[in-house]
Design a protein around this ligand. Sequence first.
Ligand SMILES: Cc1cc2nc3c(=O)[nH]c(=O)nc-3n(C[C@H](O)[C@H](O)[C@H](O)COP(=O)(O)O)c2cc1C
Length: 233
Amino acid sequence: MSMPEHSTMDVTRVVDAVLRARRSLRAYRPDAVPRPVLEDLLDVASSAPSNSNTQPWRVHVLAGAAKDALGAALRTAFRDNTLPPSPHFPDPLPEEHAQRQRDFGAVYYRTLGIDVADMPARMRQTEKNFDFFGAPVGLIFTIDRRLAPHSWLDLGLLVQNIMIAASARGLGTCPQVSFARFHPVIARHLSFTEHEQTVCGMSLGYPDRDEPVNHMAMPRRGVGEFASFDHWE
Ligand SMILES: Cc1cc2nc3c(=O)[nH]c(=O)nc-3n(C[C@H](O)[C@H](O)[C@H](O)COP(=O)(O)O)c2cc1C
């Protein structure tokens, strides 16, 4: 299905604006998100492409007492600190990436008024991940662990579609890999099937626009830095 020609410029402008306006948001208003809104959001997001149309994603949608109960279990697990670190980044992280991670931390903690050397304050902030940053909806994304990394890419496309569609509807999101480490707790709590693996979580709700943490603009590398046109003829 193609766009009607006369509206192409308008569509381009709107899509570009929505893409550029999306941010990871970490403070929310308590207003509930109606279930039909969420169902519509997931429906449009499911238009994401996937290898051979396998659609390997699974999404656990949590709200109310169920979300709070998982959050409480995760906060306890986070404080107990008995689970091994998540393998989502290698240790050490290659320097090129580590530098950008440090740059992110500098902006993040400065915005929050937290000294980067103040580990207890940083831990308190990290713990907010497990409360879905106060958002009324929490999503947990899983995949069949028997699949190869390429299928995780499919799931990533769904995640991005959800964030973009949410942003277009005035909703805020934050994708969160922090949940990955707590897979055993989540799997037990949400009664996962045998092959389900936690990939990430997501906070979703109406953003609190008054909070400075929601106004961070993380810089991006220029096209010339990440794209090579050496073989463009
Ligand atoms: C796969 C993935 C995992 C992420 N995990 C977390 C997380 O656990 N906690 C968090 O606060 N932000 C998390 N983020 C948000 C990133 O920090 C954010 O996308 C990045 O700094 C760029 O900022 P922006 O999303 O506002 O453009 C994650 C983002 C992605 C794509």
